[in-house]
Design a binder for this molecule. Structure first.
Ligand code: MV4
Length: 469
């Protein structure tokens, strides 16, 4: 195990990693921007180094400054958290070149899986079911048209370099294809400096179900069950829960085993997430892999009792995985609500400001991961996630009741500061959500967005679940 690691992130995840370090007897180094001088992790970590101005490009995205801080403090490894440099294969390589362990998959694996089209091809070869679509990126609109004709409309054009839904275009008919193709390439070039795109059949309605995996460097791997992440607005998740509700145990096991097979085939190491879309008939298809710890990892921690950040540190430190699949027992239901400092009544506009009151919920089966405290100044520079309220209970109804109780306890106040709690409550109150029958269209329907008619997921037909070879 490492003696000292550097945490290349901020906010609640930086605190989360610092806590894991202390629990394992690992010394921690926080890095912070000028805007985060007064952040909780600066006090909680063993050491803290200022790495630059508020602008993330000059601080949390500044590889040179982070490497310099690691060198200066004698850290052996770098935990990237989520966002920022966490899925940057070049950064992982820079860490290695400078003698630091990057806490995540190997750079080559990150590069291969970070290319969504390559990941799709790789997972197809490994026998994972895929949405029909192109086998590689497309060079011309004629190629895109040929694929679309073959698989049928609607199709979705995705950026190979993208992820998390940025820059995708849904195309409903042939006459819209050329303009969508051109637009997606322009967006991809601007956003990722890489204009390669690929095409898939657009699956709708669908549930967004993901699988947590852990793999070590010795060929051992386990899956830790599923999470449903269908409750999203503009590809920002609002609520996650595990196990994915209203699916048969057979389907859930099949999805999880399929993900683990893909991870082992890819030579994945560390904590990773495999994303799938699941249709009304419980057919599931692989879409992409996230090579990082995710925001919603506490959901899995609460249903398995496994500390995913501890496991990340052990794996990166070369300790063989001690957990066996038969030891992973999924118990009960966990739900996470993200509390952002945004105003749902103003199109989720960020509302930075100073917190005059801040009392996070606690009590039975309740975990709140937050970097907030009374007097904390929420700045305008970074994403507005302030807290994750996570509850566990023996069943879903009890978990929902516990979540409502927890949100009732949460006091957040400050001049001009709003939170997403009122909107979260509306989702929790929704009849479809309460039954566990919801899909990626739920949020748009609640927001009264057009084109959100076909959202609900009909009763399941578990027997149609597609097993893969
Ligand atoms: C899709 C899809 C339907 N069909 N791919 C969004 C995030 C990224 N990880 C992949 N995403 C999707 N990919 C195919 N072939 C639906 C989504 C999707 C989504 C799309 C529109 C609006 C909200 C969404 C929420 C989750 C997933």
């Amino acid at each position: 195990m490492f003696e000292k690691i550097l945490i290349a992130n901020r906010g609640e995840i930086a605190l989360r990693v610092a806590r894991a370090c202390r629990e394992l007897g690992v010394r921690s180094v926080a890095v912070y921007s000028v805007a985060d001088r007064d952040s909780a992790v600066v006090r909680l970590a063993d050491e803290a180094v200022c790495i630059g101005p508020a602008d993330a490009r000059q601080s949390y995205l500044n590889a040179a400054a982070i490497i310099e801080a690691a060198r200066k403090t004698g850290a052996e490894a770098i935990h990237p958290g989520y966002g920022f440099l966490s899925e940057d294969a070049d950064f992982a390589e820079i860490c290695a070149d400078n003698g630091f362990v990057f806490i995540g998959p190997r750079p080559e694996v990150m590069a291969a899986l970070g290319d969504k089209s390559k990941a799709r091809a790789l997972m197809g070869d490994a026998g994972l079911p895929l949405p029909p679509g192109s086998l590689a990126t497309l060079d011309t609109v004629a190629q895109a048209r040929a694929v679309a004709e073959e698989i049928g409309y609607p199709v979705i054009i995705k950026c190979a370099a993208g992820g998390g839904g940025r820059g995708m275009s849904v195309v409903h008919s042939a006459e819209d294809l050329a303009s969508a193709y051109d637009r997606t390439r322009v967006v991809a070039q601007a956003a990722f400096g890489d204009d390669r795109v690929y095409v898939e059949r657009y699956l709708n309605p669908a549930r967004h179900v993901e699988v947590q995996v852990l793999c070590d460097g010795y060929g051992n791997g386990v899956h830790l069950g599923t999470r449903d992440c269908s409750v999203q607005r503009r590809h920002q998740k609002l609520i996650e829960e595990g196990p994915a509700p209203a699916l048969s145990g057979v389907t859930l096991d099949a999805i999880a085993e399929t993900a683990l097979r893909g991870a082992l085939r890819a030579g994945y190491t560390g904590a990773g997430t495999f994303e799938f879309l699941v249709d009304e008939a419980e057919r599931f298809q692989f879409i992409e892999i996230n090579c990082r710890i995710q925001v919603e990892h506490p959901v899995t921690e609460m249903i398995t009792g496994v500390d995913l950040v501890h496991e990340q540190l052990h794996i990166a430190g070369g300790v063989p995985l001690r957990l066996r699949q038969e030891d992973v027992r999924l118990q009960g239901v966990a739900i996470e609500c993200r509390v952002n400092t945004e105003d749902p009544d103003r199109n989720f506009l960020p509302t930075p400001g100073r917190l005059t009151r801040f009392t996070p919920p606690s009590g039975p089966g309740t975990r709140t991961d937050t970097h907030g405290y009374p007097g904390y100044l929420v700045g305008p520079y970074y994403d507005s996630l302030l807290a994750k309220v996570v509850v566990w209970a023996p069943d879903r109804d009890l978990a929902l009741g516990r979540m409502e109780r927890a949100l009732h306890e949460f006091e957040v106040d400050g001049p001009g500061v709003h939170t997403t709690i009122p909107f979260i409550r509306r989702v929790l109150d929704d009849a479809g959500f309460r039954k566990g029958r919801y899909s990626t269209g739920l949020v748009d329907r609640l927001l009264g967005a057009p084109d959100s008619a076909k959202e609900s997921v009909p009763a399941s037909s578990a027997h149609l679940s597609r097993r893969t070879r």
